[in-house]
Design a protein around this ligand. Sequence first.
Ligand SMILES: *[C@@H]1O[C@H](CO)[C@@H](O)[C@H](O)[C@H]1NC(C)=O
Ligand SMILES: *[C@@H]1O[C@H](CO)[C@@H](O)[C@H](O)[C@H]1NC(C)=O
Ligand SMILES: *[C@@H]1O[C@H](CO)[C@@H](O)[C@H](O)[C@H]1NC(C)=O
Ligand SMILES: *[C@@H]1O[C@H](CO)[C@@H](O)[C@H](O)[C@H]1NC(C)=O
Ligand SMILES: *[C@@H]1O[C@H](CO)[C@@H](O)[C@H](O)[C@H]1NC(C)=O
Length: 318
Amino acid sequence: MKLPFCLALLFHLIHASHNVTQKIIAAAEADNIDLFTLSFAAEALASIQAIYDVEHIDIPSALANATRVDTHAHVVPPWYQALVPFTGQVPTPDWTLEDHFGFMANNSIGHSVISISAPGSVVYPGSETQSTALARLLNEYLVALVRKVPAHFSFFAVTPLPYTASAITEVRYALGHLGAAGVGLLSNHEGYYLGNSVLKPFFAQLDARNSRKEVVFVHPNGPCMHAANGTLIDANPTVYPEGLVEYYFETTRTFMDLTISQTIINFTSLNWIVPHAGGAFPSVEDRFIDSQPAGVIAASKAAYSTRYAFIWNCGRQS
Ligand SMILES: *[C@@H]1O[C@H](CO)[C@@H](O)[C@H](O)[C@H]1NC(C)=O
Ligand SMILES: *[C@@H]1O[C@H](CO)[C@@H](O)[C@H](O)[C@H]1NC(C)=O
Ligand SMILES: *[C@@H]1O[C@H](CO)[C@@H](O)[C@H](O)[C@H]1NC(C)=O
Ligand SMILES: *[C@@H]1O[C@H](CO)[C@@H](O)[C@H](O)[C@H]1NC(C)=O
Ligand SMILES: *[C@@H]1O[C@H](CO)[C@@H](O)[C@H](O)[C@H]1NC(C)=O
């Protein structure tokens, strides 16, 4: 190689190593993810780059002594709010870092495990390509915030289920490489509730990581079902917004499914966080579980008391 060429290459490499956008694109390509399948990818990448480029972030002094940990704290990137103007049929709230810190300061929260609310990456039913690209952009956005203020933030990774192979790849990247605190799941992904056998390879793989106890945060999603012809249809049976009345039952439905399918007793390294105080689950658990074999009842109850946390809703966002 000629010297000028070497220097140019070296310069390029040094330059590229500081260019977060290029790194993100390259990491996605390495996992066969085409971010540009999404029309807003450039805007999303610019917003992520902007987080890294901020020189100084004002952190309220009250956070220094705050001791609470909030595991239910949503972040809303501007391009995501444009893509998803409603969450649970309620307008998706505005979000700014400044407000988030203000909320933490006001509520003695020293650390937030940030995540994306419903519908997560379930925005393109039937499209694995787009769902996977969206999950990756959201995870890059979340980790950018975490890297900026690691003392106060960690994150739950968006997982592009029901596409199990892509979701496993995303877990490997987000937990293994980006250092996510756990995975964020929804009560159903394109109509598949979490005990569905379609999702079993994902839980098996997460369980088998065995590098540590894996944390699974499960947020309710709008109820969905597959029509006889396979089409995904909205299944909200009332005239009320899903976020107001359905979410409590969604959580319940999916944890019943996880129990009856024996997902929770078979995969023993998974630790579950159930927001909204478990929805309606704690009050119906005793009754539905009666129909199960004695061994399943005993093992499930043991799991509820050791590997489950039913948490009160700390956040102002659903
Ligand atoms: C970083 O890389 C992206 C994508 O190649 C490019 O559009 C952008 O101009 C680069 N930024 C800088 C500061 O070099
Ligand atoms: C935090 O606690 C320390 C030690 O108790 C105290 O000196 C300091 O003033 C507190 N800071 C704030 C912002 O409350
Ligand atoms: C925090 O509390 C102050 C004083 O009550 C209030 O003005 C402010 O709006 C609150 N901030 C947030 C983000 O809740
Ligand atoms: C499938 O069934 C649903 C619900 O009955 C209906 O709304 C939809 O139009 C059907 N789709 C096709 C492609 O037949
Ligand atoms: C859990 O194990 C039981 C007993 O081996 C089996 O019947 C069931 O299908 C398994 N369920 C899952 C989700 O692995």
